[in-house]
Design a protein around this ligand. Structure first.
Ligand code: IMP
Ligand code: MG
Length: 174
């Protein structure tokens, strides 16, 4: 069986949308410093591109979480593999994620980070698959809503591969 990747969103489309998100975030956080929290590894490509488009002061931190359960279905029990380096107290936190799928990982993380007394906490995701939602999550900034297909590229992997693609694609098995 061979594998190929069909383009869903081109590099130009993704870059254009990230620029728009950066402009919206810069407007909304006027006069503040925005503290970007990247969820590794998938969020890292998006966060770097987004940060370059934000014109208010930016600080950044990184965390890594893995959800217990099978690889295709997240359980909602999230293990923090790497926690943030810095406290969130009184900061304007913007969580940056690659994709919101069932919503279980994000709803857990938002609650956990919200307990650290940030001044505010919002969520920015490059992709959203609303059809797949099982847990309610408020997404403040969305790049693209996509259908229920398994996507790769721009940080997203299939078995750790394809993260480096500069576009979003769907893996197809032939
Ligand atoms: P959930 O929202 O808790 O179900 O899990 C979201 C996580 O599952 C994301 O952060 C991704 O790591 C992974 N994920 C969900 N959908 C996809 C996909 O289409 N491609 C690659 N990873 C995905
Ligand atoms: Mg992820």
């Amino acid at each position: 069986m061979s594998e190929s990747v069909r383009v869903l969103l081109t590099e130009e489309e993704v870059d254009k949308r990230i620029k728009e998100l950066g402009e919206a975030i810069s407007r909304d956080y006027q006069g503040e410093t925005v503290h970007l929290v990247c969820v590794l590894k998938g969020g890292v490509f998006f966060m770097c591109e987004l940060a370059k488009r934000i014109t208010v002061p930016v600080t950044m931190d990184f965390m890594s979480a893995s959800s217990y359960g099978s690889s295709t279905k997240s359980s909602g029990v999230v293990k923090i593999v790497k926690d943030l380096d810095e406290p969130l107290k009184d900061r304007h936190v913007l969580i940056v994620e690659d994709i919101v799928d069932s919503g279980r990982t994000l709803s857990y993380l938002i609650k956990m980070l919200g307990d650290r007394e940030p001044a505010s906490i919002k969520l920015c995701t490059l992709l959203d698959k609303p059809e797949r939602r099982v847990t309610d999550v408020k997404v403040d900034y969305t790049g693209f809503e996509i259908p229920d297909e398994f996507v790769v590229g721009y940080g997203l992997d299939y078995d750790q591969r394809y993260r480096n693609l500069p576009y979003i694609g769907v893996v197809e098995f032939n």
